[in-house]
Design a protein around this ligand. Structure first.
Ligand SMILES: [Fe+2]
Length: 223
């Protein structure tokens, strides 16, 4: 059996031994409106929903502050309260805080790297975090900026997926177009996980350079 590569880890294909390799893994399986994506190797323990500082008094992490809002619904569009939304990601330099990440870049000591929120009565959740950096997945593959999610709600299929950022440069656009995980999805499903972040309105009273995005998530009922 061949040794496990970083590419295997990222594609979630470590357990695969067939001759078809990664092609035999159904990583593009879709649950409800939000497509499922491989969990990746860096799923952590949970924390709160502000990843920009480790505590309210501690220093701010490096990078572009983003506010990530969302709403969890069922297949009929009804809000799902008490859904657990877990998030984990790389820091602004593309480095995960995980011993399995071979990226030689330094860990940001002030970044939380993971977070957790529970949806309210309207199905809403919120995170304050940093736009993650791109990182090398293989010699010819750089993953675009993305955030990993896992959503859990009794009565519904667990949903693990990844959220991406609308490109703000040709470089970002190229990485999205070439990403093997994103492109395992249909064009329609890709649109569901690529989110447009805009400057926060002045009326929101957020940091001057903060950006805001909204990620709608639809869960499929357990069969
Ligand atoms: Fe990742």
């Amino acid at each position: 059996m061949k040794s496990i590569t970083r590419r295997d880890l990222i594609m979630g294909t470590v357990k695969t031994t067939s001759a078809l390799g990664i092609l035999s893994v159904p990583f593009s399986k879709v649950f409800g409106a939000t497509p499922s994506q491989t969990e990746g190797p860096f799923h952590p323990v949970n924390q709160d929903n502000d990843l920009t500082r480790k505590s309210p008094q501690s220093p701010l992490a490096v990078g572009q502050i983003i506010y990530l809002y969302g709403k969890v619904t069922d297949e009929q569009g009804r809000a799902l309260s008490n859904a657990v939304v877990e998030l984990w990601q790389a820091a602004a330099n593309g480095k995960y805080n995980h011993p399995g990440d071979p990226n030689p870049k330094p860990v940001d000591p002030n970044f939380q790297y993971w977070g957790r929120d529970v949806t309210d009565r309207e199905g809403k959740f919120a995170f304050k975090t940093i736009k993650p950096g791109e990182y090398p997945a293989d010699t010819n593959w750089t993953r675009p900026s993305h955030i990993h999610f896992r959503i859990l709600r009794p009565g519904y299929e667990d949903l693990t997926t990844q959220m991406y950022f609308s490109p703000e440069s040709n470089q970002e656009s190229n990485l999205l177009e070439k990403d093997l995980i994103l492109n395992a999805l249909s064009p329609a499903d890709r649109k569901k996980v690529i989110i447009n972040f805009k400057p926060a309105p002045a009326s929101a009273n957020l940091e001057a350079d903060a950006k805001v995005g909204f990620f709608p998530i639809e869960m499929r009922a357990s069969r």
